[in-house]
Design a protein around this ligand. Structure first.
Ligand code: HEC
Length: 158
């Protein structure tokens, strides 16, 4: 009669472990970056960044009117979702506008690009080829990112 109870107990134990692991890996209700492990998203995110963000954050996110974003340390939170939120809602009372009109996927890609600058570590290797930056980042953004953005005071780029 070893069997039944033991098997049940083992199953319950395994279930508990799995639940605990899942809970630790993913804090409740925090959306995950769908492109976190997608190397192609770095290039796509860089495109978004070059056309939309370099005017303030500089080519390669080395800083300018806005702070450098290439160190992996962020005052408004360093998690992918923290960055996502900062970008989408902006930082009220500063020059950081809200980019609520940017498609969510593009924001996630930009987050992936920003994170790649400090080295995400392990998930994928970053192409060491130097990045050739768009010499004159300008609006409107590339056609594959939807219609051109327009600057709307109080709203940001819409
Ligand atoms: C008009 C200028 C401007 C533009 C355009 C701009 N930013 Fe910013 N950004 C700022 C400023 C200024 C801050 C600093 C806000 C503060 O004082 O906390 C900032 C802060 C940030 C932060 C938070 C940094 C931290 O330490 O937490 C992130 C992330 C960020 N910007 C990403 C972006 C991205 C991505 C884009 C393009 C989609 C962008 N920004 C476009 C001016 C800009």
């Amino acid at each position: 009669m070893r069997s039944r109870f033991h098997i049940l107990a083992a199953q319950a134990g395994a279930l508990l472990l799995m639940t605990a692991a899942a809970a630790m890996a993913q804090p409740a209700d925090t959306p995950r970056n769908p492109f976190a492990n997608d190397p192609a998203a770095i290039a796509a995110g860089q495109k978004v960044f070059n056309s939309t963000c370099t005017a303030c954050h500089g080519v390669g996110a080395t800083g300018g009117r806005g702070p450098a974003l290439n160190s992996g340390r962020f005052s408004h939170g360093s998690g992918d979702y923290d960055l996502f939120q900062t970008i989408r809602t902006g930082v009220p009372g500063t020059q950081m506008p809200s980019f609520g009109a940017l498609p969510a996927d593009d924001v996630w890609r930009a987050v992936t690009y920003i994170k790649s600058l400090a080295g995400r570590g392990g998930a994928f290797t970053i192409d060491p080829t130097p990045v050739t930056a768009d010499p004159s980042p300008s609006y409107p953004v590339e056609d594959d990112y939807g219609p051109p953005l327009e600057w709307e005071p109080g709203w940001g780029w819409v």
